[in-house]
Write a protein that binds this ligand. Structure first.
Ligand SMILES: Cc1cc2nc3c(=O)[nH]c(=O)nc-3n(C[C@H](O)[C@H](O)[C@H](O)COP(=O)(O)O)c2cc1C
Length: 240
């Protein structure tokens, strides 16, 4: 179709990097692309913390399921929802609404994806790190995150030292509905489960015998960071 779409469709998370640094010019372009993302009500309710300090990076790695690529990546960017900036400008701003969490999270996600797409266009690879939410309060402490700033996800970036296969996505008909929500098509799901089982069995690294349904069954059989509501409220979110 065109090079932008071809590149987006070729996305794969990269978790191993060469030692080659990302230049200041490249980083500047990636951050400019991130900042140009659309923003709900133009609130620009997200912040990025670039972690250049090696000790800090190692500490974040430890708090984020010890994922080695956090330390190995040329760059590590932490994306946060941020209404603290607004509070500094509008001292009597009404905050604490769940809606503001959604705004901050969607703004940050759009910035993150702009950054990743821009990085991939420069020949770099990356992976998001949701595991920064394993210990959000501790990470907040390390980075001095004030009220109304919460870590949402990290982004590791660097030159790829691996070339994994593109991971198949759900069949379009299970994801895109026309006019009215459609119930799950179990035949299509079974086909996708077969496709994913074959993908996991044959990919070049981290092979496993698993379908997509069994993967999500395992994930959804566990509690999902049950401390989160408490943490969000401590940071000034989700009070009403
Ligand atoms: C918000 C978010 C958080 C993620 N967190 C992690 C993570 O902590 N560790 C990791 O290895 N991958 C993480 N991933 C990457 C996903 O595992 C990956 O995108 C998914 O398996 C699809 O693979 P692909 O990106 O190669 O297509 C995260 C992705 C997103 C969108």
């Amino acid at each position: 179709m065109n090079t932008t779409i071809t590149q987006i469709k070729a996305h794969k998370s990269i978790r191993a990097y060469t030692d080659q640094p990302i230049t200041a010019e490249q980083l500047d372009e990636i951050l400019a692309a991130a900042q140009q993302a659309p923003s709900s009500s133009f609130l620009q309710a997200a912040s990025i913390i670039r972690i250049t300090d090696k000790t800090l990076r190692a500490q974040i790695m430890q708090l984020s399921a010890e994922q080695a690529y956090i330390a190995g990546a040329a760059e590590f960017l932490l994306f946060c929802a941020d209404f603290n900036r607004h509070k500094q400008i509008v001292s009597d701003a009404k905050t604490g609404f769940v809606e503001q969490l959604l705004i901050g999270a969607t703004d940050a996600a759009m910035m993150g994806q702009n950054a990743l797409v821009a990085a991939e266009s420069l020949g770099l690879g990356g992976v998001y790190i949701g595991a920064v939410r394993n210990h959000p309060a501790e990470i907040g402490e390390l980075l001095g995150l004030p009220e109304l700033v919460i870590p949402l996800f990290g982004l590791c970036l660097g030159y790829p030292a691996q070339d994994p296969e593109v991971k198949p996505r759900l069949p379009r008909a299970l994801v895109v509905h026309e006019n009215r929500y459609q119930p799950l098509n179990k035949t299509l799901l079974a086909q996708y489960d077969d496709q994913m089982r074959a993908y996991y069995a044959s990919r070049t690294s981290n092979n496993k015998d698993q379908s997509w349904s069994s993967q999500i069954t395992a994930i959804l059989g566990r509690e999902a960071r049950p401390y989160m509501l408490n943490y969000l409220q401590q940071q000034g979110y989700c009070k009403k």
